[in-house]
Write a protein that binds this ligand. Structure first.
Ligand SMILES: *Cc1c(COP(=O)(O)O)cnc(C)c1O
Length: 376
């Protein structure tokens, strides 16, 4: 079976291997069968291994949905009555977390920092000192909208110092940048099948501390479908998801995890780093500029500034590349126009070299100046 290979440089879903794609083609099965429950049991255990979580302390809970469901679940399920959430917000994904707090009417502090800067830890600490009712500290690990890496280990330590739990959105780092939940002071982290693990869309998962999930049984229940304790309890009782799982996505994720462990954590991170470096070389060669300080970048997303060129058109360049099998993606910053080139997926530096040939052709085809023109 021939499947056209596209190189996705958008921030997920990622380019997948054919073996992962084909793993979805299986005999029909009712997911209530023991055979399927057994598959999910193995899958949940393997997810813990990806972040080196001790199964005596941590568990993984699966949900049918895109990555945002994890954010929703953690925020609405893990806040005790009369307590507050602190969202450390320096980007579009943390802003989404704030919107979730607003939607549920959860007491929260939206502690904002510029999108191109790391949060000031003294301000974070002062906020924790001043608000003793903060029970949950939340931050995005890699702000996928810009590619900025937040210092989760330090923030987790601060959360714990002031008696709060630490939840971090690792959707765009997990299974790419090595994570160790205990060393990184993480109580809850999350991702979905189609990002670092390079499987299909439709399945998301939270990895977190079992004792806290059990304690959350007594917290106000703010959602029925998206409640962490209910889903956990159902898994523990029956081995199944409370409601219909994305069956075929689960088969593909099991294959993707097999390939993940075969490639190995370090080798995979080294490959993403090669891709990331190749992206930087490519944009530098054509005179394009990025917007986040290099040492603050997570090594997975490059945010490229639109050139000050009247002929520049993201849409035209996008379409030219798309027709030739390469997908580029708009940025997510309200103040600066950017597009993004991401290093996730089953790709390597040769794909990036091929991409830049096409990208340069696109620029020439539309009379966009090379090297790219900037007024500042
Ligand atoms: C992709 C992503 C999500 C989830 O987005 P969906 O569109 O729901 O898949 C959440 N957080 C971060 C940081 C992400 O990169």
């Amino acid at each position: 079976m021939e499947i056209k290979r596209n190189v996705l440089l958008n921030p997920g879903p990622a380019t997948t291997t054919d073996t992962v794609k084909l793993a979805q083609i299986v005999p029909d099965i009712c997911p209530r069968e023991q055979e399927f429950a057994k598959l999910m049991k193995g899958l949940r255990a393997d997810l813990l291994k990806v972040v080196h979580a001790d199964p005596a302390e941590y568990t993984s809970v699966l949900f049918t949905g895109s990555g945002t469901i994890n954010m929703d679940v953690c925020l609405n399920s893990l806040l005790p009555a009369d307590k507050k959430i602190l969202v450390i917000n320096n980007g579009a994904y943390s802003t989404r977390a704030v919107e979730i707090c607003e939607a549920y009417g959860l007491p929260h502090i939206n502690l904002q920092f510029p999108v191109d800067e790391r949060p000031d830890l003294t301000v974070v600490e002062q906020t924790l000192k001043d608000n003793t009712d903060i029970a949950l500290v939340y931050i995005t690990h890699n702000e996928t909208g810009t590619g900025l890496l937040n210092p989760i280990r330090e923030i987790g330590a601060l959360a714990h110092k002031y008696g709060a739990i630490f939840v971090t959105d690792t959707t765009s780092t997990l299974a790419m940048r090595p994570i160790d939940v205990a060393a990184d002071n993480i109580d809850f982290c999350m991702s979905s099948a189609q990002k670092g693990l390079m499987a299909m869309t439709g399945l998301s998962f939270i990895i977190g501390r079992t004792d806290i999930i059990k304690a959350s049984k007594d917290y106000p229940m703010r959602s029925y479908y998206c409640n962490l304790y209910l889903q956990y309890e159902y898994f523990e009782k029956t081995g199944e998801m409370h409601f219909t799982p994305p069956v075929q996505t689960i088969y593909s994720l099991i294959q993707a995890l097999k390939e993940y462990f075969e490639e190995g954590e370090e080798a995979k991170w080294a490959r993403h780093t090669r891709v990331f470096n190749a992206i930087h070389e490519g944009i530098a060669k054509l005179g394009f500029k990025d917007i986040i300080k290099r040492e603050w970048q997570a090594g997975l997303v490059v945010s490229v500034k639109y050139p000050d060129d009247p002929n520049w058109s993201f849409e035209k360049v996008h379409d030219y590349c798309y027709e030739r099998g390469f997908t580029i993606y708009p940025g997510k910053i309200s103040t600066t126009n950017t597009f993004r080139l991401c290093a996730l997926g089953a790709i390597d530096e040769a794909d990036i070299h091929d991409f830049f040939k096409v990208f340069e052709e696109a620029c020439r085809a539309y009379n966009i100046q090379i090297p790219a023109k900037y007024n500042d």
